[in-house]
Design a protein. Sequence first.
Length: 121
Amino acid sequence: MPSIDDIYTGDYLTKNDFPQPMTCVISLCKPELVGQEKENRLVVYFQHDERGMVLNKGNANIIGALYGKDYTQWGSQQVVVEHDPTVQFQGKAVGGLRIRAPQVAPVTAPPAQPAVAEVQQ
């Protein structure tokens, strides 16, 4: 279905770009001056899109906890990006993007082999 969001895209990813959680591979992360105030923020770029995601401190800390504080080393790492409708701005729930760790399949041990009975002669 065509949408005005397809026409008026910005330089950065938004909640509209993630209608469902998506596992993304980081290509790079770098500081940029963003917004009307031109504040220095970390912007993470993913392999599937040329636009970046401006990281708030919470999302930056989540990636930092997963892969270390050195954001220049985050390339090739996976994160899950999802729309969280509870994100607030100026006291109002406006929705926003959240980062979380990717799901890791549980490691299961191979089935135990039955003990081989010693053959008596």
